[in-house]
Ligand binder design. Sequence first.
Ligand code: PMP
Length: 359
Amino acid sequence: MSGDPLFLEPFWMEHAASSAVLISGWHRMSYTFYDKSFISQQLENHVRRVHEVAKNAVTKGKYVLFGVGSTQLLAAAVYALSMNLSSPASVVASSPYYPLYKFQTNYFENKRFKFDEDTSLSSNSSYNTEANVIEFVTSPNNPDGNLKEAVSQGPLVRVIYDHAYYWPHFSAIPSPANEDVMIFTMSKLTGHAGSRIGWALIKDEQVYEDMNTYISVSEMGISREAQLRALQLMKAILDGNGTDIFDYAYKKMSYRWKKLSEIVSLSSRFSIQEIPPLFCNFFEKVRGPSPAYAWVKCEREEDTNCNEVLRAGNIIGREGSLFSDEDRYVRLSLLKSDDDFNLLMDHLSKLVAEENGAK
Ligand code: PMP
């Protein structure tokens, strides 16, 4: 049950013509640095427009930097924020958190930064420190969909806000995000995870330059084909008043959450996270949850491995420990195709029916 966002496939089938790309053989053959920029100004302008429509981020006064998926930008941000420090930075995240932060930081570890697994941080308590700290904050969170803030506090704390899911699809947008380093991705906006396009909105020029250097050194720029496809998708999104994709995605994801909630409400064995209704800046009203994932908890004392319990019912999730939490939790993806989602609902209904029949 991965985060492959195929739930938008039917939207793109409805917009097949406006989102199609045809690239002639002679077009844009050069290395991207020959025209002095890695990225077309057009693409950057469209990204700013999409944020304006979604009302989810302030782009004014921010540099825009593209990367090979947001994955590359997460690494670039750690590199940039750990430059020229008097002592190495500890990289942290409060649990449950997206596992890639730890995998990537450990993998790329060098003398300037290290992932700190010993300081276990939780979302509901703060961590005061005098040390150099880089905190990853995923908001809304993967796995539990809740809006999250940094928990580290201190003069040398720097934060990377991963806003992959901060779109009306998945969450209320209480106000436009306006942090110093914010990361977004096509993968969760349009569902084109395979195009590997993400972007960062960065306030500080030096941080922007240092992240840009990371991209140049590791990739010499971003694929022109990916940029052209991303541009076409952005154009298609911005057709008309530009709100269709958000209406579509919110409707679908909130329907999925309601279906799931109905089934889980019949169970005392399983529960799912609570996400409070919030005022949404985009819809201009209080709206309910529509998260990308269900964070399922097995409530029975003996069900310490919730993934096994679900697997016995033919449901494949990701175990809680992967997100640095207990295995009493499992993450289920709600982002997949309609067929996958319907199968998930069938299998879960069966498990709950068995539970109730056995009472
Ligand atoms: N951040 C979060 C929180 C994610 O869930 C994901 C993908 N599952 C990513 C980043 C990576 O996305 P991308 O495809 O842009 O590399």
